[in-house]
Design a protein around this ligand. Structure first.
Ligand code: FAD
Length: 467
């Protein structure tokens, strides 16, 4: 019997244990590759991520010799619609087994449960292997079986896990088997999945970004090779400098699975050792930590992990929206924040240091809800990822795991002096900008943020004594 291979966040042929297993199960029979465009899974993603996905799929289809079948779930259908499509496809091609790489997001897990049930009802099976992580979320536990709450302890456990070598690309025969009567134009089908942004974003720049990175497995491997040859040896010294090409820029590849982190980790270990390697592995582990946190606390995607977040007063109304608009357009008057927000609009990516500074500015200088900013980032970022994005936002806001002391509030000018000392980064994105007055006074807003924090803390104390 042929085997259906359902591609999701693993848009590659190399280093894929699930694909290896599918090839073994198929034997002499073909593997029938399927991708389901699922607007529910891409909810909140703007054109940048959809375009990147479409390019990944185009290349994947080329690698599969044109055998990839693309089906599109209706926007509102969610998991049940996807289940109907996968089950219908398996029946059409006469497959009993559907193989896929495991999903770990709250929606992905729910959807896979529903798909598995639907297939089981028809005497078929969904076989899930591997995840988009080196260590599957949910696997590492503290003594007593409790989930990790602090990165440093998680990281020690993560490092101690045995490292698998990357898997070879299997020798398999791919065949579409059925001619696809539905949308065969990948770009068009993926592009139609756009979500609706909040209506008051109407006048804001929603993309697409003019300078998106090259997408697909080949481009990802090239990026990894280039990074190992150039920036990795100085990673620990240059990673915080937005004016330098000091980081890997592999985040979108890891998100869509054109590379597995196993491959990245293996390449890094073979290239360097010492502080550069340690620092790089720690960043890969942050990604895995946040996926682990979300695994245990699916509600933490949009509700603050720490109860204090529920009590923190945020601004709303027309002035708050005006301030958000200035932030989103890169017109706050703070050079590093503005350059970052403009890099986001132009490339669908922003340097990590600047993500931290601009996120902090939204929360602590503008006193806006972190979710507004998280949503804007998710819309534009090519690497937009519910775990990494939303838990990093909470980390910056001081309401997530590992909360840094709240009074450590980034001063955007001081950050610019330290990490963009010659102003090269700011000039690159804001050269055409006339010098403008800052929309707020950092010193005054810092004091305001601390007052609100103290009030929230008192409210939490009150709540716990009232219990
Ligand atoms: P490198 O420095 O080369 O790091 C290698 C890889 O490690 C990255 O590709 C990424 O997968 C992972 N990584 C690095 N730093 C972090 C981190 N702090 N948290 C989690 N993973 C990390 N990353 C995303 O992938 N998607 C997001 O939606 C996202 N949103 C963010 C929002 C905010 C407010 C902040 C502060 C950070 C966010 N990050 C997000 C984390 C980080 O900024 C990016 O992963 C990084 O900038 C990507 O660039 P790079 O690939 O060159 O990173």
């Amino acid at each position: 019997r042929p085997i259906v291979y359902w591609f999701r966040r693993d848009l590659r042929l190399a280093d894929s244990p699930a694909l290896v297993a599918a090839a073994r199960a198929a034997g002499a029979e073909p593997i029938v590759p399927l991708f389901v465009v699922d607007p529910r899974a891409g909810r909140g993603a703007g054109p940048n991520r959809w375009q990147f996905l479409a390019s990944c799929l185009e290349e994947l289809d080329r690698q599969l010799g044109g055998a990839l079948t693309l089906r599109r779930a209706p926007g509102v259908g969610g998991a049940a619609a996807v289940a109907a499509i996968v089950a219908g496809f398996a029946a059409e091609v006469g497959a009993e087994i559907v193989v896929a790489s495991g999903e770990t997001t709250p929606y992905g897990r729910r959807r896979d449960r529903i798909v598995a049930e639907r297939l089981a009802a028809e005497d078929r099976r969904l076989l899930l292997l591997d995840t988009p992580y080196c260590v599957a979320p949910g696997r590492l536990r503290r003594t007593g079986g409790h989930p990790y709450r602090v990165f440093s302890a998680f990281y020690r456990a993560w490092l101690a896990e045995p490292v698998e070598a990357p898997y070879e690309r299997p020798a398999a025969r791919f065949d579409a088997l059925v001619s696809d009567g539905e949308a065969t134009d990948l770009v068009d089908a993926a592009g139609r999945g756009y979500d609706v942004s909040p209506s008051w974003w109407r006048d804001l720049p929603l993309g697409p970004a003019p300078h998106l990175p090259a997408a697909g497995e080949r481009a990802a491997i090239d990026r990894l090779t280039q990074f190992c040859e150039s920036a990795l040896p100085q990673y620990d010294r240059h990673r915080d400098r937005p004016d330098m090409a000091g980081t890997s820029r592999l985040s979108a590849d890891l998100h869509f699975g054109t590379l597995h982190p196993r491959t990245v980790r293996d390449a890094a270990r073979k290239t360097v050792e010492g502080p550069a390697l340690d620092r790089f592995l720690a960043e890969l582990a942050w990604r895995e930590f946040f996926a682990d946190v979300l695994w245990h606390r699916p509600d933490a995607a949009w509700h603050s992990w720490d109860p204090i977040g529920r009590h923190l007063a945020v601004d709303d109304g027309p002035q708050a929206r005006e301030r958000f608009t200035a932030w989103a357009r890169g017109e706050t008057g703070y050079g590093l924040v503005d350059a970052g927000m403009r890099q986001l609009l132009s490339e669908g990516w922003m340097h990590n240091r600047v993500r931290m500074v601009s996120a902090s500015f939204l929360v602590k200088d503008l006193h806006l809800d972190w979710r507004w900013g998280a949503r804007w980032f998710l819309w534009h970022l090519v690497d937009g990822d519910i775990a990494s994005n939303n838990l990093n936002w909470q980390w910056v806001a001081g309401i997530g795991t590992d909360a840094a002391p709240y009074h450590r509030i980034f001063n955007p000018d001081r950050q610019a002096e330290r990490f963009d000392p010659d102003g090269a980064y700011r000039r690159r994105y804001c050269a055409d900008l006339p010098a403008r007055l800052s929309i707020v006074n950092h010193k005054a807003e810092r004091a305001e943020a601390l007052t609100r924090w103290a009030a929230a803390k008192a409210a939490v104390r009150h709540e716990s004594t009232a219990d």
